[in-house]
Design a protein around this ligand. Structure first.
Ligand SMILES: *Cc1c(COP(=O)(O)O)cnc(C)c1O
Length: 377
């Protein structure tokens, strides 16, 4: 089969690299993106099975035999009312390993299989590690996952259960990433932060949002702003649909951060990039405890281009929303509730009467049941 036309591009220098060879950073060690011309044959797409691979012509994988899939994506779009106003929520926790990370992982691991990669390293506070572990198990790729020693025990168990090699690291999330980078000198770094193929999977979230509304984009999407894989992927997805003439404009993107760890919010308000010495405090939103987001500049740029902004939520708002969502039948982890708390505030205080506002329910609460038990008292 003919390969789809595309290449890696260095975010720093613009230098290009072939997509035919395994790579996760530039020769100089800088971040990469992928330049790729997706197409959207809508009549074909709508006849295909309900998972993210229905957008085949928009994904930079050459052969269908490379696909590593558990039928991820195609998550339901429900409505939650807050004081009579509708918030549309996309049930990303229904993905195969319990979080939206499966979108990025399915596309990334499919490319790893296409490249013939046999062993990878990844670092994660839990959900990305579990996702990589599961998809690597299916692909027959050996996964080494670096995790903070204080990560949720059920997430660590999930990663081990899929058969990955766990490396527990004491200290901050940054320390864990440094340890993984060491091993990345020898093994392929399947990082959900570094790897542009992971972001290529994330963009399907934007495609689905539009397809679920008869190819109409929502007005506003409220997203987690941790490492930004979903936020960046979402922007790229909407931009591609706009370039293809399928939607008229890119929705406003609002990035939510916990007040205890809000480097991008501060940078956005002050008009300066996150400082190297930014000090974060512990937060219930462990999936967004990212003090130095590697793609921070890119996140700020995309949020600005979309006409959106960054907002923060307090620990008490996160705790309350975790319990409120559970009482409404949505058992999600606190990091997920943080995003909904931000979306609720926007919906009630800033949205126009008919504005369509969407947020993802990013991950199941079943892996964070210890924390939820503490919140219940
Ligand atoms: C990874 C993760 C986040 C942060 O997402 P980014 O794409 O890194 O910003 C938020 N919530 C949950 C549940 C996660 O697993």
């Amino acid at each position: 089969m003919a390969s789809k036309v595309g290449h890696f591009v260095c975010l720093q220098s613009g230098e290009q690299y072939t997509l035919q060879q395994a790579r996760w950073c530039s020769e100089q060690g800088n971040l990469l993106d992928i330049q790729f011309n997706p197409t959207f044959p809508l009549d074909k797409i709508q006849k295909r099975p309900k998972n993210l691979w229905r957008y085949w012509e928009a994904l930079p994988i050459d052969s269908p035999t490379s696909i590593v899939s558990f039928s991820e994506g195609a998550t339901p779009l429900n409505t939650l009312e807050f004081e009579g106003k509708p918030l549309r929520v996309k049930l990303e926790y229904l993905n195969p390993t319990g979080s939206f990370k499966d979108r990025g992982t399915s596309v990334l691991v499919s490319k790893l299989k296409e490249w013939g990669v046999q062993q990878v390293v990844e670092d994660s506070s839990g959900n990305a590690g579990a996702s990589i572990a599961a998809y690597c198990a299916k692909a027959g790729i050996k996964a080494n996952v670096f995790v903070p020693a204080h990560a949720s025990p059920s997430k660590i168990a999930q990663i081990r259960a899929y058969g990955a090699q766990i490396h527990l690291i004491e200290g901050s999330r940054d320390k864990v990433a440094q340890a993984a980078l060491q091993l990345a000198h020898e093994l392929h770094y399947a990082s959900h932060v570094w790897h542009p193929l992971f972001i290529q999977g994330m963009k399907t979230f934007a495609y689905e949002l539009c397809e679920q509304s008869r190819w109409q984009a929502p007005d506003t999407v409220v997203l987690p702003a941790g490492n930004g894989s979903l936020l960046i992927g979402c922007y790229i997805g909407f931009r591609e649909l706009k370039q293809a003439g399928i939607i008229g404009r890119i929705p406003k993107l609002i990035g939510v951060q916990p007040q205890h760890c809000a480097p991008l919010y501060e940078a956005f308000v002050k008009g300066k990039l996150p400082k190297a010495d930014y000090q974060a405090k512990p937060t219930l939103a462990e999936g967004m405890a990212v003090a130095h987001p590697l793609r921070g500049k890119q996140m700020i740029q995309y949020v600005e281009l979309s006409g959106g902004k960054f907002v923060t939520v307090t620990e008490s708002e996160i705790a309350h929303m975790t319990l409120e969502l559970a009482r409404r039948g949505y058992l999600v982890e606190p990091t997920c509730a943080a995003v909904v708390a931000g979306a609720r505030h926007y919906l009630l205080h800033e949205a126009l009467p008919d504005e369509v506002v969407v947020a993802p329910l990013t991950a199941t609460g079943l892996k964070s049941i210890d924390t939820i038990q503490k919140l219940l008292g």
